[in-house]
Design a binder for this molecule. Structure first.
Ligand code: AP5
Length: 217
């Protein structure tokens, strides 16, 4: 399956993409993670991307589209993938459509995760991530057994620099102005499915599999 996960920051796209990817072996292609890796490595692309990400703005399309095209050409993406955080503008969606149609395929489904703004602030300001394996935690909803340590690998947990309340509010504004128009873009193509992201992660996962027609047993 070729999937796009769409929704505001902190709605749970990464949480659900990681789970689906582990169950079905479809690679999770998260543009935010790829960009953060480039920032950490201080590559020329990372240095350019950092200023946008720190402000909560979108990284320019020409950078992000190039990254995604390269990633989609890799062997593990030929049987399916989960795009997590891409596309984020109508222009990115058009570029994606053109790229996939050039090798005779397209997006099978777009999942739009919905959640209230109040909940988004709560989720993002409480999010913690494992430096070693990338596992996601939340200080209230999903705390680790030992504070600051990953349950899965013992790695150190950190808070993303763009998860401060002010930057989250900016990311939300950017989402509404630039990404939300994709909801009607994909709805008009008949491939948009909605999932209620306010439920607990297991319930969200169940609904996700239901809308995708995947077996929930
Ligand atoms: P990116 O990394 O993509 O961030 P985002 O879209 O803002 O999404 P998040 O990763 O913050 O949230 P999520 O929906 O994955 O939620 P998560 O599962 O972690 O992008 C960062 C930046 O990179 C952008 O601002 C931009 O600058 C740049 N960028 C990236 N892609 C780009 C593009 N295509 N074009 C241009 N620029 C781009 O969950 C959040 C928290 O909630 C966690 O703590 C989790 O444990 C908890 N949680 C999850 N689900 C539940 C639940 N059901 N109940 C309770 N808690 C939950």
């Amino acid at each position: 399956m070729r999937l796009v996960f769409l929704g505001p920051p902190g709605v749970g796209k990464g949480t659900q993409a990681r789970r689906l990817s582990q169950e079905y072996n479809w690679p999770q292609i998260a543009t935010g993670d790829i960009l953060r890796e480039a920032v950490a490595q201080e590559t020329p692309l990372g240095v350019r991307a950092k200023e946008y990400m720190d402000r909560g703005d979108l990284v320019p399309d020409e950078i992000v589209v190039g990254i995604v095209k390269e990633r989609l050409a890799e062997p593990d993406a030929q049987e399916g993938f989960i795009l997590d955080g891409f596309p984020r503008t109508v222009n990115q969606a058009q570029e994606l459509e053109a790229e996939l149609s050039s090798f005779g395929s397209g997006i099978d489904a777009v999942v739009f995760f919905k959640v209230s703004e109040k909940e988004i602030i709560r989720r993002l300001t409480g999010r913690r991530i494992c430096k070693t394996c990338g596992a996601l935690y939340h200080i209230i909803y999903n705390p680790p057994a030992v504070e600051g340590k990953c349950d899965q690998c013992g790695g150190e947990l950190f808070q993303r620099s763009d998860d401060s309340e002010d930057t989250v509010r900016r990311r939300m504004e950017v989402y509404l102005a630039q990404t939300a128009p994709l909801i009607s873009y994909y709805r008009s193509r008949g491939i948009l499915w909605e999932v209620n992201g306010e439920q607990n992660p297991d319930q969200v996962y169940r609904q996700l599999k239901e809308v995708l027609g995947l077996n929930n047993d």
